[in-house]
Write a protein that binds this ligand. Structure first.
Ligand code: ASP
Ligand code: MG
Length: 451
């Protein structure tokens, strides 16, 4: 069972998560950091870089967040003292790393990765402590010591599933045999040279799949505090329904287009195995959740889900023959890439390049592109108030008339489609509308396919 940050947010969600674990025999648990802690650690790095005197404040914030949960859930006594000490000793390590960063004024990718891994180390100790307090025998394990082995990328490492199976299997199975629940911190592992490596944001899903593989688990349950995979966002579409089965390709596209439910590499370690993967929701613990299947969903309907990205901006770069200038697009994308700016999508024509990106990156990107001043670019426009509707389904490309139905439904609502792209993935298409039209557009397409 894997519990995401949202399931580890406060006393209430911790309690619910413990209740889910409690009744299960021979279960290994993987955790994310407590909700918001990875962001706090990222902010702590910036604070420490600026000045050493900022460190006590950020540490106090981290301590308070974990302490509040201990106070709420651990009855006074020996167990409570133990959890408190475990958390405190981890925070000492965080302080040492931050002080190092402050002294040095800079940080290496290795130090950054190590520091960010503490969110999961803290969460594992907290959850194991609470479980023990409730009479469920549990033991916190850090991913690198449990046996998660990766390649040597510090930011987005790939798990070596065979090596992990060998090491983690041997270390974790004896605990399971003794009836102890291993609580493993996700998100990180150990590279070939011994350094801590990270699996990318939301990487604990990926860790959980590797643990499931190593233990040859019958099933992997990924617990979230949001609705699992639905035919649309239920806060937008009252008639949205839960998807019982969804293919991995569909899940990946839905995550990409807005429903950030799963790490994109989650089911990789489980390919070729019989392990079943379910997304389950703390909001609806009785529901079996959505099963993610390796091949096709087996669904009759062409469309699985309509998703939305409310916050998007477009940078339109104008210039004669812009679409046929070799190297221009790569110039722009490496320029933005070097700034850590992610381009969601690109649409080009002979006279324009359109870059879809996060509105927060918009102004900075405009400045960078303007500075390119290479004689080709004539004008740059920035449009901020747009949104994307993504339509996902593993038979979308195979059935005739699907696109016609999508755009007819939107036209009936008198909504203008500003841009559209299809075929980039065999299971998804998307279109752009004014942000003010987004909700109506999603409802229109949903009603068309889920009457
Ligand atoms: N805590 C990490 C993050 O926020 C990993 C995870 O949540 O799975 O990205
Ligand atoms: Mg997280």
């Amino acid at each position: 069972m894997k519990f995401g940050g949202g399931c580890l947010r406060d006393g209430c969600t911790f309690s619910q998560s413990c209740a889910m674990i409690g009744g299960n025999k021979r279960t290994a648990v993987v955790v994310s950091a407590v909700s918001g802690v990875t962001e706090q650690l990222l902010a702590a790095i910036e604070q420490a870089r600026r000045h050493e005197r900022n460190i006590p404040v950020v540490l106090a914030g981290l301590a308070a967040k974990h302490r509040a949960i201990i106070e709420e859930l651990c009855p006074a006594g020996r167990q409570k003292k133990k959890v408190r000490e475990a958390i405190a000793s981890q925070l000492v390590q965080v302080r040492r790393l931050l002080t190092g960063i402050a002294c040095h004024g800079d940080l290496t990718p290795a130090v950054r990765a190590r520091l960010l891994s503490y969110g999961e180390r803290l969460a594992a100790r907290l959850l194991a402590g609470i479980l023990n307090g409730r009479g469920v025998k549990a033991k916190a394990l850090d991913a690198h010591l449990a046996g998660i082995r990766t390649d040597e990328s510090f930011e987005s490492a790939s798990i070596d599933r065979e090596l992990t199976r060998k090491i983690l299997g041997a270390r974790v199975r004896p605990l399971l045999r003794k009836g102890i629940v291993p609580v493993i911190g996700g998100f990180f592992g150990r590279g070939p040279l011994g350094a801590i490596t990270l699996l990318g944001r939301n990487g604990s899903d990926y860790s959980a799949a590797a643990v499931a593989y190593a233990l040859q688990a019958n099933r992997l349950e990924i617990w979230k505090d949001v609705d699992g995979f639905m035919s649309a966002d239920p806060s937008l579409v009252a008639t949205a329904r839960r998807l019982e089965r969804i293919s991995f390709a569909e899940a990946a596209e839905l995550s990409y287009f807005g429903a950030k439910i799963l790490h994109p590499r989650t089911v990789e370690p489980l390919s070729g195995t019989k392990t079943r993967v379910f997304i389950r929701s703390l909001k609806e613990p009785e529901s079996p959740g959505s099963e993610i299947v390796a091949g096709r969903s087996g669904r009759e309907e062409a469309v699985a889900s309509i998703t939305a990205n409310k916050r998007l901006a477009n940078i339109r770069v104008h210039g004669a023959g812009i679409g046929s200038k070799p190297g221009l697009l790569s110039g722009i994308s490496s320029l933005l890439g070097n700034e850590g700016i992610n381009i969601h999508s690109v649409l080009t024509s002979q006279t324009c390049i359109n870059l879809l990106l996060d509105p927060d990156d918009g102004r900075r990107s405009m400045k960078k592109i303007r500075a390119l001043a290479n004689g080709i670019i004539k004008r740059i426009e920035f449009e901020e108030h747009i949104a994307l509707v993504g339509v996902v389904g593993d038979r979308i490309m195979e059935k005739e008339g699907i696109y016609a139905r999508i755009f007819t439904a939107v036209a009936r609502e008198k909504i203008n489609v500003e841009m559209a792209a299809a075929g980039a993935s065999p299971v998804a298409c998307y279109f752009i509308v004014k942000r003010a039209d987004l909700d109506r557009a999603v409802r229109a397409v949903h009603d068309e396919f889920f009457p």
